[in-house]
Design a protein around this ligand. Structure first.
Ligand SMILES: *Cc1c(COP(=O)(O)O)cnc(C)c1O
Length: 231
């Protein structure tokens, strides 16, 4: 990467941090209440390194294969990797070997598989399809609490919260409602035996303000920091 490309990533990271802090403040929350996870699908290792040098410490990959391929380029820089795309059974071992959190657990079978694989505790989030869009992964909102309880009972897994992809709509009200569904699930989980399931991973480059107003504790940003993706 050229020096100016590194500068671009750093400036975009700084701007994203300000945007997130401002949204938190506007929502009456602490300016450091919301963590930023960088969605790094299709982003080369060098650009990820530039973002980490600028202050990022959380990255999220969608595909296990891509996560595995990039990991050697990032071994010497401090960061944590989460899986934010769907996990297939035959990739669970590879995913658990790199990721510190699987954000996309949507059924008990994959959770059982992860539980059987891990010696050290692995963090997971329950992905919920809060927008009823057929194209989106995640369990049904009505199943989320039972699933979270079942997953939390498995050895080696810690349910740290819930994840969703917001409704794709120009209506701020409707998008906000899709985030509110996740927050209600989280609130009920915390008062019904899962006090550690506190995280709300929701909000992307286009809707982070709405998600933060609805209580997001982690936003997942790609294009806001790395520019538009090709293809
Ligand atoms: C790509 C992606 C993001 C980030 O999307 P942007 O619009 O580029 O910020 C967040 N979450 C998931 C699951 C993604 O696949």
């Amino acid at each position: 990467m050229t020096a100016s490309a590194v500068d671009l990533v750093r400036d975009a990271w700084d701007a994203a941090c300000e945007r997130v802090a401002l949204a938190a403040t506007k929502a009456g929350r602490a300016d450091d209440a919301v963590a930023i996870l960088l969605a790094t699908k299709t982003v080369p290792g060098l650009a990820i390194r530039a973002a980490i040098a600028a202050g990022a410490n959380l990255i999220g990959e969608n595909r296990v294969q891509e996560m595995v391929a990039k990991a050697p380029e990032l071994t010497d820089v401090p960061h944590e990797t989460h899986l934010i795309g769907p996990l297939q059974r035959n990739k669970a071992r590879a995913a658990a070997g790199i990721a510190t959190c699987i954000q996309t657990v949507a059924d008990s079978r994959i959770a059982e598989r992860l539980s059987n694989l891990t010696a050290a505790p692995l963090s997971v989030m329950i992905q919920v399809n809060t927008s009823n869009e057929a194209s989106k992964s995640g369990c049904h909102p009505d199943e989320a609490l039972d699933l979270a309880g079942a997953v939390a009972a498995l050895p080696g897994l810690r349910v740290t919260g819930f994840m969703t992809i917001g409704l794709n709509s120009p209506s701020v009200r409707d998008v906000a409602e899709s985030f509110r569904v996740l927050r209600r699930i989280r609130d009920r989980a915390q008062t019904s035996g899962l006090p550690d399931a506190s995280q709300l991973s929701m909000g992307m480059s286009a809707d982070l303000e709405i998600a933060i107003a609805e209580g997001a504790t982690m936003v997942r940003l790609g294009s806001a920091v790395f520019g538009p993706r090709e293809g």
